[in-house]
Ligand binder design. Sequence first.
Ligand SMILES: Nc1ncnc2c1ncn2[C@@H]1O[C@H](COP(=O)(O)OP(=O)(O)OP(=O)(O)O)[C@@H](O)[C@H]1O
Ligand SMILES: [Mg+2]
Length: 439
Amino acid sequence: MAMILGAFVGRCVDRLSEFIGGEMSMMLGVKDELKKLQRRMERISGFLESAERKRHEDWNINSWVVELKDVMYDADDIIDRCMIEGRIVTILSENHPSTSAVRDTSSSSFFSFGYLKFQHEIGDKIQELNDRLKEIKEDRSMFPALEYTKQSARVTGVNPRQTVSIVIKSDIVGTKIEDDTQSLVESLVKEDNKKYRILGIVGMGGIGKTTLASKIYNDERIEKNFPIRVWACISQDFSEIKLLKDIIRKAGGNYGEAETKEELIRCLYSTLSQRFFIILDDVWEKDVWAKLLRYAIENAAASGKILITTRNTNIARNIGADIHHVNKMDDDSCWKLLHKNVFGDDDEEEEISGLKEIGIKIVEKCDGLPLAVKVIAGVLRSMDRNTIEWNKVLESDAWSMSQLHEELPGALFLSYEDLPSDLKQCFLYCSLFPEDSKM
Ligand SMILES: Nc1ncnc2c1ncn2[C@@H]1O[C@H](COP(=O)(O)OP(=O)(O)OP(=O)(O)O)[C@@H](O)[C@H]1O
Ligand SMILES: [Mg+2]
């Protein structure tokens, strides 16, 4: 897992203080060197926030960060070793008080010899670390772009206003999604002679495919027309067996002891005995249809409609779906969405109108992606409501992180960048969970 340097250095400094404060650092004769190490880490840590941000743009800063990470891993190892040795020495001295090896390092026992060897080795290692850290600290002056952030001044807390939960009555904005829902529902409930028809809602990540699909799914005309309604989330690492069981269960069937794909497919088509509407949300490969569901649906007693959402037009085309593209949200709707998510139902019109101009510029940067707008709204909610703070978001260099631009909208990167380093670490930890899994 990626290491967030700021959080890691902070942890190393804390562990060092704990160790320096204990008896063992004195006994090892490394207290002074460790203090030096701690001081250097603390000084460097002020530049880490800026370095983590700028490393994506500047290859030299990136190398500097990589080198520092290396030293930090070694430092962490050394602190571990010191702590383990400390524990061993304590246990041994408790079990053999007569050896007095801990305090009397001149004892000739084997234990004392091992201890002296360790003392010597660890002393050398700490000194070497200190030298490497000194070099890194000196190299830092080659990067005048790195800004110093006073750690205590880092805004990690939350604006008290943010703690008030904002109740958003209706999360949906824009007339486009309403119009699309109407026309798509109408076409889905229209009688035709086909056994089944597939509708593909296609568009880039975060544009609102699932949101549109769920509006359709919950429309009362859909409820009335389709006695069997199933919502199945597919994702990238879906399991065929689990998916089939899920669909059967949601369609009101019972798969009993069935465990194989063939048994479950048979069970699915006998379950689909009334008009059905099945949504397959987030399809990443055509085989979900071709190898898993097609046979069951072609053989079902009833007819029905299938709706898939996917980022990939080719998949929808391959499955034989009628395609509906979800387009980017217009700036006006984006501003409404931002407004709703930052201010909720607050009516402080004066305050809001003072921020509108910057707010509109911010949403323009979200490039019509509602997900990006909501994420940025989350960042703005945690800040004071004034033009200075909002301008900081508008001017943030995270919007144009050149390397990440292709994979990640600037808004998402910015919201990540805004997290304090310990939360960044938590965030990365969460990213280890498979998509849509329960955490
Ligand atoms: N018209 C809208 N009004 C308000 N919020 C919206 C609208 N459309 C989408 N959103 C919000 O944007 C976010 C992303 O939408 P959604 O999950 O539907 O995107 P998606 O296209 O399905 O993305 P993915 O490809 O990652 O599955 C959600 O939080 C959703 O609530
Ligand atoms: Mg989706």
